[in-house]
Design a protein. Structure first.
Lengths: 316, 340
C-alpha cells in the first residue's frame, strides 16, 4: 500500500494536477466560491486543445535532443483555413474538411522531416523556416479572411453536457489511445528508444529514419486536426489561431513530465499541465492583473516548474 | 475678433486646398512599405490601397504606386526594406510601421534624401514624417456615451484590451476611463486582454466570465466583439451590449441578433481604407502643398442600429468594413484638420 502510494507520488505528472487544483482553489477563493464550476468547465474545454497540440509536440520532442516542431502554430493557422474553406459552411462536408486539414498538417510534417533529413538542417531551424513558408501559403490561400464553420461542427466542438465539454471527453479517449500507441506498440517504443539513444536504436535494427519521418508526419497531422477543431470552437478560421500554442505546446510537454532530452514521454502529464496553464490564465484574469504581469507570471511559473520538476531528470 | 481670424484662416485654407495643382506628380513614384498581411484588416487595407492607387496611376495622377510587404512584423526587415526604397529613388513612401520609434533612423534617412514619408495605423514618431491617426480615445469615449444612453441606470462593464504596450490600446483605455469619469454609474469589474483577435478574446472572456457578476456592457477595441459574444453564449449568460468593431462577423452577428430579439449596439473602428488617405496625403505633399499638418486625424467609421443592415452586404464575408477615399475626400479631411 505504502509502496504503491510512493510510486504515485514519484510520478512527475502528479504535480501538474496538484498545481492545477491549487491555482483553481486560489481563483475560487478570490471570488468567494462564485463561478467555481464555470471556471472548471471552461478550463477543461480549453485544455483539450493544448492536449492535442501538446501530444504532437511530445512525440517530436521524445525523438531526442534537438527535435522540436516550431511550425505547429503556422500549421494550425493554415489547417483552420483549409478545413473551413473545404467545409464551406456545409455540415455534410465536415469529415472531408477534417481529412483535408489533417492532410495539410501531414504534408507540413513530412516537409519538415525532408528539410531536416535531406538538407541536414537542425530541426529547430528547419521547422521555424518551414513555418514562414506555411504562413505565406496561408496568407495567399486564406487572404486573411475568417471563414465560419458549419453550424453542426461548431456545436460539436462547443457543446457541453452537465458542464463537461463533449470534445474534451473525446480528447480524453484520444489520449488513452495515444498512451497505448506510445507504450504498447512497436512504433511508440521505437520513438522512445531513438530518443534514449539513436545509435543503440539503429544497432537494434529499429528503422530510425522511417520512425522519425512518421513522427514528424504524425505531429503535423495532429497540428492540422487541432487547427480545424479550434476553428470550430472559436467560430472561424484565422491564420493567427495557433500563435499562442508555440510556447504552450512545449510548456505542457515539459511541465507534464516528458523529458526535454527525449526518450521519455508522458501522456497523462499533458492533461495536468494543460489544465494547470489554463487555470493559471483563469486565475490571473480573475485577479484582473495587467497583460504585462500575466506574461511575467506565466513565464516565471514555467521556468520554476522546469527547474524543480525537470532538474534531476536532466542531470541524470 | 479671434473667431473672425480663425474663420478667415479657414477660408484661406479651403481656397488654397482647392486651388490648382502647383507641381506635376504624374511622373512621381510612391512606394508603400507594409509589414504584415495576415489578417482581414490588413488584407482590406492592401485591397483598398491597390484599388485607389492603381486608378490614380491609370488616370496619370501619379507615375507609379508599388506595394512592398514584408511578412513578419519585424523592425529590421522593414528598416532594410526602407533603405532599398530610398535607393530605388521613390519620391514618397507610405508606411504602416512595425514600431513607432525603431524605424525613425531609416525614416530620417528617407526624409534627408528628399523623400516624403507618410505613416498611418502603425505610425512613426520621427518629426519629419506625416502621421495619420484615428482618435481612438474619442471613439472609446463615444462608446461610453452610447452605453449611457442605452443603460441610464449603469451597471457592470467588462473591458477587453488590445495588444499591450501599443499606443492604440492606451488611447482606447484612456477613452474608456474618460467615459467612466463622466458616467460614474458604470463600473468596470474586470479587464482582460483580447489582442483585437476573436480567438484570444473568446478565450480570455471564457476564463473570466464564471467569476463575474451580471455584465450589462462590454467595452472593447474591435475584432474582439464576436469572440466575446461567443463566450457569453457558451457560458450560458445573457448577452450584454457588446460594442462592435466593424468586422463582418461582428456586424453579421449583430444583424442576426437584431432580427431575432431586437438586440441593440453600436460599432466603430478605424477603416483599413485609411491607407488610401495616406496615399493622397503623399500625393498632395508631392504636389507642392506645404501647409498640411504633420499630424492628421482620420475620422473613424461607425455603424448604428439604423445603418448596419445596409452596410453589412457590402463587406466581404470574413472581412472588415472600409471606405476608400477619393482625392477630394482626402483634401476635405486635410482641411478639417487644419481648421482645428
Amino acid at each position: 500500500m505504502i509502496a504503491s502510494m510512493r510510486r504515485v507520488i514519484a510520478q512527475p505528472w502528479l504535480y501538474s494536477f496538484v498545481g492545477a487544483a491549487l491555482v483553481w482553489i486560489a481563483a475560487v477563493t478570490y471570488t468567494g466560491g462564485y463561478g467555481a464550476g464555470g471556471m472548471l468547465s471552461a478550463g477543461i474545454a480549453l485544455a483539450a486543445f493544448s492536449v492535442i497540440v501538446g501530444t504532437a509536440q511530445m512525440f517530436v520532442i521524445t525523438l531526442g535532443p534537438g527535435n522540436v516542431d516550431l511550425s505547429l502554430p503556422a500549421n494550425m493557422g493554415l489547417a483552420s483555413a483549409v478545413a473551413m474553406k473545404v467545409m464551406g459552411g456545409c455540415d455534410a462536408l465536415v469529415l472531408v474538411g477534417l481529412v483535408a486539414a489533417i492532410a495539410s498538417g501531414t504534408t507540413i510534417g513530412i516537409a519538415n522531416y525532408l528539410l531536416i533529413r535531406l538538407l541536414r538542417i537542425p530541426p529547430i531551424i528547419a521547422t521555424l523556416s518551414a513555418s514562414f513558408v506555411v504562413q505565406s501559403i496561408g496568407i495567399s490561400y486564406g487572404r486573411g479572411l475568417q471563414v465560419k464553420p458549419p453550424p453542426g461542427f461548431a456545436t460539436a466542438t462547443t457543446v457541453q453536457i452537465a458542464g463537461v465539454s463533449v470534445m474534451a471527453v473525446v480528447v480524453v479517449v484520444f489520449s488513452v489511445g495515444i498512451g497505448l500507441l506510445l507504450h504498447r506498440t512497436t512504433f511508440g517504443r521505437s520513438v522512445a528508444a531513438i530518443g534514449q539513444n539513436a545509435r543503440a536504436a539503429r544497432l537494434a535494427n529499429i528503422p530510425v529514419e522511417r520512425i522519425r519521418a512518421l513522427t514528424y508526419a504524425l505531429g503535423g497531422a495532429l497540428g492540422g486536426l487541432c487547427g480545424a477543431l479550434l476553428a470550430g470552437y472559436f467560430q472561424g478560421s484565422s491564420l493567427d489561431i495557433g500563435n499562442e500554442y508555440l510556447l504552450t505546446s512545449i510548456a505542457v510537454v515539459v511541465i507534464g513530465g516528458t523529458s526535454v532530452a527525449g526518450g521519455r514521454a508522458n501522456v497523462t502529464g499533458l492533461w495536468g499541465a494543460s489544465l494547470f496553464l489554463v487555470m493559471l490564465l483563469t486565475m490571473l484574469n480573475t485577479y484582473g492583473v495587467s497583460a504585462g504581469v500575466r506574461l511575467l507570471v506565466t513565464g516565471l511559473v514555467i521556468i520554476a516548474v522546469i527547474v524543480t520538476a525537470g532538474g534531476p531528470r536532466i542531470a541524470r | 475678433m479671434r473667431r473672425v481670424i480663425y474663420a478667415l484662416l479657414a477660408t484661406t485654407a479651403v481656397a488654397l486646398a482647392s486651388g490648382p495643382a502647383r507641381a506635376d506628380t504624374k511622373d512621381m513614384r510612391i512606394a508603400f512599405s507594409n509589414n504584415y498581411a495576415g489578417n482581414s484588416w490588413r488584407q482590406a487595407m492592401l485591397k483598398s490601397y491597390g484599388a485607389v492607387a492603381d486608378k490614380a496611376v491609370q488616370d496619370k495622377i501619379i507615375g507609379a504606386a508599388d506595394v512592398f510587404t514584408t511578412s513578419d512584423k519585424e523592425v529590421p526587415t522593414q528598416a532594410a526594406q526602407l533603405q532599398n526604397l530610398i535607393l530605388q529613388g521613390y519620391n514618397a513612401i507610405v508606411i504602416n510601421a512595425a514600431s513607432p520609434e525603431a524605424l525613425n533612423g531609416a525614416v530620417k534617412q528617407a526624409c534627408d534624401a528628399g523623400i516624403v514619408v507618410v505613416s498611418f495605423d502603425g505610425i512613426v514618431t520621427e518629426p519629419c514624417a506625416y502621421r495619420i491617426r484615428v482618435d481612438y480615445r474619442a471613439l472609446a469615449a463615444k462608446a461610453m456615451d452610447y452605453l449611457a444612453t442605452k443603460l441610464p441606470k449603469g451597471g457592470n462593464l467588462l473591458e477587453i484590451r488590445g495588444v499591450a504596450g501599443t499606443s492604440i490600446d492606451d488611447d482606447f483605455h484612456n477613452g474608456t476611463l474618460d467615459g467612466l469619469k463622466k458616467y460614474p454609474q458604470f463600473k468596470v469589474v474586470n479587464s482582460v486582454e483580447g489582442d483585437w483577435d476573436e480567438t484570444t478574446a473568446q478565450k480570455a472572456v471564457s476564463t473570466v466570465l464564471p467569476s463575474l457578476p451580471e455584465i450589462v456592457g462590454v467595452v472593447d477595441q474591435g475584432g474582439d466583439g464576436y469572440g466575446a459574444a461567443q463566450a457569453f453564449q457558451n457560458g450560458g449568460r445573457k448577452q450584454p451590449i457588446i460594442i462592435m468593431g466593424n468586422r463582418q462577423d461582428e456586424l453579421a452577428w449583430w444583424v442576426q441578433q437584431k432580427k431575432a430579439n431586437g438586440y441593440e449596439t453600436w460599432s466603430a473602428s478605424s477603416a483599413p481604407g485609411v491607407s488610401t488617405m495616406a496615399f493622397w496625403v503623399a500625393q498632395q505633399v508631392l504636389d507642392g502643398r506645404k501647409d498640411i499638418p504633420h499630424d492628421l486625424v482620420d475620422p473613424y467609421l461607425a455603424f448604428t442600429q439604423d445603418t448596419v443592415d445596409a452596410a453589412l452586404p457590402k463587406i466581404p464575408v470574413g472581412g472588415v468594413a472600409t471606405i476608400e477615399y477619393s482625392q477630394d475626400d482626402a483634401k476635405k479631411i486635410i482641411d478639417d484638420n487644419m481648421k482645428k
